[in-house]
Ligand binder design. Structure first.
Ligand SMILES: [Zn+2]
Length: 117
């Protein structure tokens, strides 16, 4: 009852899993992914600020609790400016522009100040 030794596979499943994890660790975020309407980067939803529109004014949905269509953008004035120039908010929210950004800008300013930057 001599057993034939199995040849070692070139790539073991464990090794594949490790290299896969290394790739996903740098490039693919975990969890739900959204596209920033400013810089168009695909990142984890938790890294983006959700924006909703109420009566022609864009509002930051900080707690992700507002109903309706939302647009996602980095909580960064640069990305908000980019999105505004591209008219990305009206397009993402399927509403006719232009939309007021005062609330979003005020929120970002407050957020930056609270961070002590
Ligand atoms: Zn961005």
């Amino acid at each position: 009852m001599a057993r034939r030794a199995e040849p070692t596979p070139h790539v073991s499943p464990a090794r594949t899993a490790i290299s896969g994890a290394m790739i996903s660790g740098t490039a693919i975020p975990v969890g739900p992914v959204r596209t920033c309407v400013g810089c168009r980067a695909r990142v984890a939803r938790s890294d983006l600020l959700r924006i909703v529109v109420v009566g022609g004014e864009l509002l930051p949905d900080v707690r992700h609790r507002m109903h309706g269509r939302g647009a996602h953008v980095h909580p960064d004035p640069g990305c908000v400016d980019l999105a505004e120039r591209r008219k990305a908010f009206p397009r993402a929210l399927r509403v006719p522009g232009p939309l007021g950004l005062n609330q979003v800008r005020a929120y970002l300013e407050l957020r930056t100040r609270n961070r002590g930057m």
